[in-house]
Design a protein around this ligand. Structure first.
Ligand SMILES: *Cc1c(COP(=O)(O)O)cnc(C)c1O
Length: 352
């Protein structure tokens, strides 16, 4: 009954079993093991081209190190004003980039648009020694509002980035949920749409402290092994991460998990929207539901033991009438039970 986030759940059975299988015997350390090699090859198949894969323990580490590979210390990284990299990483991107500047861009429902990106780029002219120099764009897919950029929206943004000569990073802490939501291929959502570097999250969708930084351009990955080690993210028993990713990708386990989480969110969103007085500010496109709840509904479901996060967002339409209602975020996961969704909806419905 915990909808606080998808990381409130543990790891999935196949992932745990893969750790046990990889646990026996001895293997080379620091990622030079057969499991990690297999995971990298499997990702090459998923993305339909060779990728350079670097495993790290956290999404914050993945993002901060990926951005560091894209920018000099005097660079500017453009992102949504409520992105994880700017709001939720305690300055790790600034630290790992040796002080590059993150430029937050406003946008509805967690998304930035090409006009917003162009306007932000214009504030930092090339060659002007007083200004940080444009170096990268970071977009989140799934966004911090639980929404998705369409493929056309990604391409429009990466087009502006390409014209400005900057690289593109995709924060895919919920990469599988995004793929399941869009129903496209991993290649279409990334390199075919102009993305250079991906933080490929696995932890939230069934793994334990296992995230991959993926490069499609080997040159950009050139110094990454040193950055990762210097940043304290080169895991010595790396095979136990590699094994997780193998199990995660094998037999479509990762996509099964994501489709389940998204289906649970869709049911929850549909049910909540039918409760009198409840409104959703934007569509539920992956595994996060945002809703305005009448105070009585909020108190009743909270009182019944359901846990979820009170929320606030700059991404809401400015003219939105919140009234005397609570704003809440519910996150579903690979392990969410349909009975929990039904129980929550029953309580909300009987209260209203
Ligand atoms: C969860 C999350 C991350 C990763 O966070 P860690 O807690 O450092 O693993 C990164 N980006 C987004 C959008 C997230 O939701």
């Amino acid at each position: 009954m915990h909808f606080g986030s998808d990381n409130v759940m543990g790891a999935s059975r196949p992932v745990l079993e893969a750790i046990l299988a990889a646990n026996d015997g001895a293997e080379a350390a620091y990622g030079s093991d057969s499991w990690s090699a297999r995971a990298e090859a499997m990702l090459g198949e998923v993305f339909e081209r060779p990728v350079k894969m670097f495993l790290v323990a956290t999404g914050t580490g993945a993002n901060a190190l990926a951005l560091a590979a894209m920018t000099p210390p005097w660079g500017a990284i453009f992102c949504h004003e409520e992105s994880h990299v700017i709001d939720d990483e305690c300055g790790a991107p600034e630290m790992f980039t040796d002080g590059a500047k993150l430029i937050g861009i406003p946008g509805l429902a967690g998304k930035i648009d090409p006009a917003g990106l162009s306007a932000a780029l214009a504030r930092f002219p090339r060659g002007v020694v007083k200004a940080v120099q444009p170096a990268g764009l970071s977009i989140s897919q799934v966004t911090e509002a639980g929404t998705l950029y369409s493929l056309d929206e990604i391409k429009a943004l990466t087009g502006v980035a390409r014209d400005a000569g900057i690289r593109v990073h995709l924060d895919g802490a919920r990469f599988a949920n995004a793929l399941a939501g869009l129903g496209c291929t991993a290649a279409e959502m990334t390199w075919k749409a102009g993305v250079d570097v991906v933080s490929f999250g696995a932890t939230k969708n069934g793994c334990i402290a296992c995230e991959a930084v993926l490069f499609f351009d080997e040159a950009l990955a050139d110094t990454f092994q040193f950055r990762r080690k210097r940043g304290g993210h080169t895991v010595s028993k790396g095979r136990l991460l590699g094994a997780q990713l193998v199990a995660y990708l094998e037999n479509g386990h990762w996509m099964d998990n994501a489709r389940h989480a998204n289906a649970m969110a869709a049911t929850l969103a549909q049910g909540l929207a039918a409760v009198p007085g409840v409104t959703l500010p934007w569509p539920t496109q992956a595994n996060e539901v945002f809703a305005f709840l009448p105070k009585a509904v909020d108190e009743a479901i909270r009182g019944a033991g359901f846990r979820y996060a009170p929320w606030g967002s700059l991404s809401l339409p400015k003219d939105l009438e919140q009234g005397d209602r609570a704003f809440a975020r519910f996150v579903t996961s690979w392990a969410t039970k349909p009975s929990d969704i039904n129980a929550l909806l029953a309580k909300a419905t009987s209260t209203s």
